[in-house]
Design a protein around this ligand. Sequence first.
Ligand code: PNS
Length: 167
Amino acid sequence: MADERVRRVVCPGSYDPVTNGHVDVITRAAALFDEVVVAVLYNPTKQGAFPVEQRASLLESALEGVHGVRVETFANRLLVDVCSDVGAQSIVKGLRGGTDFAYELPMALMNRHLTGIETVFLPGDPQFEHVSSSLVKEVAAHGGDVRGLVPDAVFEALGAATVSDAS
Ligand code: PNS
């Protein structure tokens, strides 16, 4: 008899702001699993470049039409607790290359140590290998053209914002 459990995963991140690399990974996760919770993790005492509500709304507009995806925000939580709260069986992360893997592997092992949750790594699309939220902010803050690297709404928001936190 088929297992009818919903296969729900969490795609966590700061998303400050969402890039087209994130959108690609989330969209591919949505094709593999029944439900994707895009978890925007933030520190309420540390102001990012974009307020968390705006990060979430930019994600929602970028992911409009992608079936089975919802966006939620979480202040100062362990990722494993977020996963328990939303009933996710695994975590999905995109990897742009070996540097990402070196950064992500200890976190994946720690999360599995804590609750047994597995992390599924998806290879990032090579066209976005050089794209990160921090680089996009830095380039945009100095007048560089980041069109095509971020959703259109993010491109407009970057133009409107005084992006002082390009870290
Ligand atoms: O987009 P980012 O900044 O690379 O996302 C990093 C994030 C938020 C996914 C990571 O810092 C995280 O999982 N934070 C939650 C706190 C936590 O669980 N820390 C222990 C990880 S083993």
